[in-house]
Design a protein around this ligand. Structure first.
Ligand code: ZN
Length: 811
């Protein structure tokens, strides 16, 4: 772990930006001498108004620092900051340090592939990790070009933000990059497997670990095709060419986020190289991630938020444009349906938490605090709000505003006000009501049918009153009838909408607006038959989301929801629908039903119904079989499947299916730790290690729970994915006798976790190990009190607060 450091505050960033202008970075790294540390020498050239400031550097050892030829005292380095007194005019700072490789997915992450022992490295400078790679003024609005020189083992390749080449064995030199924010700077170094292509004058690359190379080869055509299609569409929409040279997409191990948009060298989590068969929904997820990162080359990389409070300028746009471009120009025309299944609830739930925040201007006072806003609000809600704005303004004005923004702030930084100004110049008119209602006010309106009054009511959250108009489609169906769709604008607190006493009504059924709406009693009665009719997949997704909203808000009882799922899921046509709704039923819904075994049995039957009509070897079959396994209470059937017996025709017993069966057997207590260890030893891939951790933590034994808990406390160190998997599987309904003692250990352990984990992983661990199955009022109280402890880091407090809210809802 790195030494403790302080997080940069917004006022400090403003002050430093007004003092300095960074001209260039030259960074020399030696990755060849050790697998624990690397040498890092940075030459920073900058101009200054003259005066005191500091450079960010988080080394294992600071060897020397020289400012304008004078040695600085390394002993003055304090929590990641080295004080400087700059001269007016030109300055040159040289910092020579020894840095530690990290294993938490940040800084320069070092990974040894369990499959073959090969070592891999990649850089993740986001959000504040750059100073653990090189000395820098680490804030988004001090951009500068970078020139890298890297010494690496001779069998490695090194890829970065600018074109580079091996000038002598093991020595790599890179061209000067375009101006970059510190958080974009990356390197991907190791014996990676590379694939190359080009399109429209842009060199394209793909890379991954050797042990999964054949799987990348198998999908290379799909990935290159997506990349070409997206480039063409972004160029058509913006009329501004991609400005960062080559476009390399590296799939890297143990990456925390889905991907990171580093200019010229995007990094993706490498489970996105599919080593087992996946559903179409999972392929769409990867496609929208590819498109999302490409959208960032404009929104984020060409023009960058001045500070983290405008995170949405990055994420909301990339999310909206990523979905839109995937739907419009790739083979995944149903990307918005996928978005409805996988992203909508993420945003809605976050926007209903006590910790909700506005899309724009989230008020991040320091960099570490902003990390907590990488949530469903910045992504899913922001995307939805931009989609609405696009529908209101029309493409011409919407895109003209974006292009004006890119042109004015090219390779620079900007704020929300700059973008709104660009839109207004492009002809959008006065956007202040839109900005205030949708971007600056948190919370989601509840849209409710008042049958007796013949009206749809618009109810803003009490804590965040607002007057927002919703242009939506309302789906209605008479008993035994088919869906009819009515376009309506809900511009007032009450809008006339008369229906019969038994008419099914789903408000905002196509998710045109950012709203929540639960089915009422009459609608619930009609939903199973309507779901069995099938029809528009977007409408089906909207219906499922209304049911999930109903359970989340308490408007629909767990028993009512169970009835709809069990009766309606068997005819679902979309593999994402089967996976996501089934997964929600066996997770969130199962946690609150009175009879979880009956729910399992009902989902098992519904999954069997899907299986019976699914084409052999189809992804619908794969999704249904997954659900069949996870809902199974029949150890003999599970063991048979594990041995390859009784599998549906065309279904392959690959690594993912095998570990899914093993996990279910583990939850049921039908295998022991030694058995799981042996299965891992047979094929110890990175995927298998994670799934092994998950299955072991799920075993109903005291030994297994102690094994998992040592990963939480840091007594046993494990890579980030394995720690998280162990946490997510630890709390199983029905194992309370074993897990109840850990509630107290969680509460006392969380405040010390900052000594063990940092950054992304810290928040993920806090959430993954939260005692969600301990459904008791005293646990809500205990965890609330924990969240209120004054010295808790912001991201930890946020996760504990959210999870305590979730636990209370489950009560
Ligand atoms: Zn993004």
């Amino acid at each position: 772990m790195t030494a403790p450091s302080v997080s940069l505050r917004h006022d400090e960033a403003r002050q430093r930006a007004s003092l300095l202008d960074v001209t260039a970075y030259e960074v020399e790294l030696d990755l060849a001498s050790s697998d624990a540390t690397f040498a890092s020498r940075t030459t920073l050239r900058f101009t200054s108004e003259g005066g005191p400031t500091f450079v960010d550097v988080k080394p294992r050892e600071l060897r020397s620092a020289t400012l304008n030829g004078s040695r600085l005292d390394p002993g003055t380095l304090d929590r990641g900051r080295l004080p400087l007194v700059t001269a007016a005019g030109e300055n040159e700072l040289v910092v020579d340090a020894v840095m530690a490789f990290r294993t938490d997915g940040e800084g320069l992450h070092h990974h040894t592939d369990p499959a073959d022992g090969r070592r891999y490295v990649y850089g993740m400078s986001f959000m504040d990790a750059a100073p653990s790679v090189f000395a820098c003024f680490d804030q988004p609005d001090l951009k500068a070009p970078y020139t890298f020189t890297v010494r690496a083992p001779r069998d490695w390749t090194v890829t970065g933000n600018a074109p580079g080449r091996e000038v002598e064995p093991g020595l790599w030199r890179f061209d000067e990059s375009q101006p970059l924010s510190t958080y974009f700077v990356t390197l991907v170094a190791g014996p990676y497997h590379h694939l190359r292509d080009s399109h429209d004058g842009i060199g394209l690359g793909l890379s991954c670990r050797q042990s999964i190379a054949r799987h990348l080869e198998a999908d290379a055509d799909e990935l290159f095709t997506l990349t070409r299609q997206c480039f063409d569409e972004f160029h058509r929409l913006f009329g501004i060419r991609y400005p960062f040279g080559d476009y390399h997409q590296a799939f890297v191990p143990e990456f925390n986020a889905g991907a990171m948009e580093n200019p010229g060298c995007v990094t993706f989590r490498d489970p996105l190289v599919f080593t087992s068969r996946v559903t179409r929904g999972t392929r769409i997820q990867r496609a929208t991630t590819v498109a999302h990162e490409m959208a960032h080359q404009w929104f984020g990389n060409l023009v960058t938020p001045r500070w983290w409070d405008d995170l949405w300028l990055n994420e909301s746009f990339a999310e909206y444009m990523g979905n839109r471009v995937t739907a419009d120009v790739t083979e995944y025309g149903d990307a918005w349906v996928h978005n409805a299944h996988r992203r909508r609830q993420w945003g809605l739930v976050a926007d209903q938490r006590p910790t909700t925040h506005p899309v724009a201007g989230n008020g991040a006072t320091d960099a570490a605090g902003a990390l907590q806003d990488f949530d469903g609000i910045s992504y899913a809600k922001g995307s939805s709000v931009l989609k609405q704005l696009n529908a209101t303004l029309g493409d011409e004005v919407f895109l003209a505003g974006a292009v004006d923004h890119f042109t004015r702030h090219r390779f620079g930084n900007a704020t929300m006000h700059d973008l709104v100004g660009s839109w207004e110049r492009a002809g959008a008119g006065d956007l202040s009501a839109f900005v205030e209602g949708w971007l600056r006010t948190p919370g989601v309106d509840d849209l409710r049918l008042d049958r007796a009054a013949g009206a749809v009511l618009r109810v803003p959250p009490a804590a965040h009153p607002a007057d927002r108009s919703h242009t939506v489609r309302i789906a209605t169906a008479e008993p035994d009838g088919e869906w009819e769709v009515h376009a309506t604008t809900l511009a007032a607190p009450s809008t006339p909408f008369a229906v019969g006493p038994a008419t099914a009504v789903v408000i905002d059924a196509f998710e045109d607006s950012w709203s929540r709406s639960a089915p009422d009693a009459a609608t619930l009665v009609a939903l199973p038959a309507l779901l069995r009719q099938g029809g528009d997949p977007m409408l089906c997704a909207g219906v499922w989301n209304s049911l999930r909203t109903g359970v989340h808000t308490g408007a629909v009882s767990p028993a009512e929801a169970t009835e709809v799922v069990v009766a309606g899921l068997g005819t679902e046509e979309d593999d994402d629908g089967v996976t996501v709704v089934g997964g929600w039923a066996l997770g969130r819904l199962r946690a609150v039903v009175d009879d979880p075994d009956a729910l399992d049995a009902g989902v098992h039957r519904a999954a069997g119904e899907v299986l019976a009509r699914a084409t052999p070897a189809s992804t619908l079959q794969l999704a249904a079989f997954g659900l069949r396994v996870t809902s199974s209470a029949d150890p003999a059937a599970l063991r048979g499947w594990l041995a390859g017996e009784g599998l549906p025709p065309g279904l392959e017993l690959d690594e993912a299916v095998r570990w899914r069966i093993l996990l279910r057997l583990a939850v049921l207590g039908e295998v022991d730790a030694a058995f799981l260890d042996d299965r891992l030893d047979e094929a110890p891939t990175a995927v298998a290690r994670v799934e092994h951790a998950r299955a072991r933590a799920a075993l109903p034994t005291a030994e297994a729970k102690a094994w998992a808990w040592r990963r939480f406390t840091g007594e046993d160190t494990a890579p980030n994915y394995e720690v998280e998997a162990a946490g997510l599987a630890f709390w199983q309904r029905g194992q309370e006798d074993l897990t109840d003692p850990y509630v107290e250990r969680y509460v006392t352990g969380v405040p010390r976790l900052g000594d063990v984990f940092s950054g992304w992983l810290l928040g993920d661990v806090v959430e993954a190990f939260f005692p969600l199955t301990a459904r008791r009022p005293d646990v809500v109280e205990r965890t609330r009190a924990l969240a209120a402890q004054p010295d808790l880091p912001g991201p930890v407090r946020r996760r504990v607060t959210d999870m305590a809210d979730e636990l209370e809802r489950r009560l």
